[in-house]
Write a protein that binds this ligand. Sequence first.
Ligand code: COI
Length: 350
Amino acid sequence: MLKPFDPTTPLPPQEPGWDNHLTFSYKEIDAFWLARWTPETGWEPGRLYEHRGAKLELSPGAAVLYYGEGIFEGLKARRTRTGKIVLFRPQDNARRLQASAARLAMPAPSVDMFMEAVIAVTRANARWVPAPEKGSFYLRPVVIGSGPILGVAPAPEFLFYVFGCPVGPYMGGDRVIVPYAAHRAAPYGTGAAKAAGNYAACLRPQKIAKELGYVDALYLDAREDRYIEELSGANFFAILKDGTLVTPALGSILPGITRDSVLTIAREIFGWIAVERKLAIEEVINDAVEAFYTGTAAVLSPITVVNYRGVDYPIGDGQPGPRARMLRQALEEIQIQERPDLWGWVVEVA
Ligand code: COI
């Protein structure tokens, strides 16, 4: 049952030190936001509900439960050192959600509706937005086919909801492994959508990677089993001996917003050559001096070892590289308004 969130009701106290040692994990906090879509009404006006103890009631026939008609987004609210709360490129998340929805024949909220929801959730939970050195507030917008269906077809009803959690670092390890006989996405499939099923396809390769001592799987393309695609929840970059920054071209990979930000920062702040193209695994093994992965959750983390066909290949000297560090620092400074935001990426919400 969902209880409307009443901002005048006193909130339970936060446990002391709630923001010490934050991890990237789910937590029920004060309020989340939900709206319903039906063919007759379109998107009904959304509103905030109590997050603690909230359960969604779904028909056993809900399309998301077995046809996987579900898409999502991830974005962060951050507290600046001057006490403001800011979002990073939220309109880009809204537009990507629309693209994902189109791929899965779902209705998408408008950019305005998306903004209304993420701002409402951030403001209602402002006390859970950690100080900049302690973490960030991760927002998870989701659209699911909630209506019941039996044959393969789009759901007759949909839900759009947004919850948020205070979070610490995601992943953090620096060794990755190319999985044996496992791909994340195929050409013309759903790889470019932020579709729930893409992440389901990663669970087994990721589990095996972790069991073998790697932080994640690094997927190759499904056509030739040769060109790098991405990790289970992050995009891939390499810096080659000639200084070029290379990342796999879009197609069947997620068009990451952090990926795009890193390309822009590399080109426009540092003046580096940054290209999006096919990147063979052999090229990374033989020619990369640095590698790293990016994502909203992961931010930007170095890769020091790539395992391919049973061999650990160090990248460069096997240590985190200076260029990855420069990019991460610039990105994080922009995100908390400590470096000029030349592109209008940062949106103040409180
Ligand atoms: C994000 O980086 O925000 C994502 O959605 C990736 C997810 C697997 C944590």
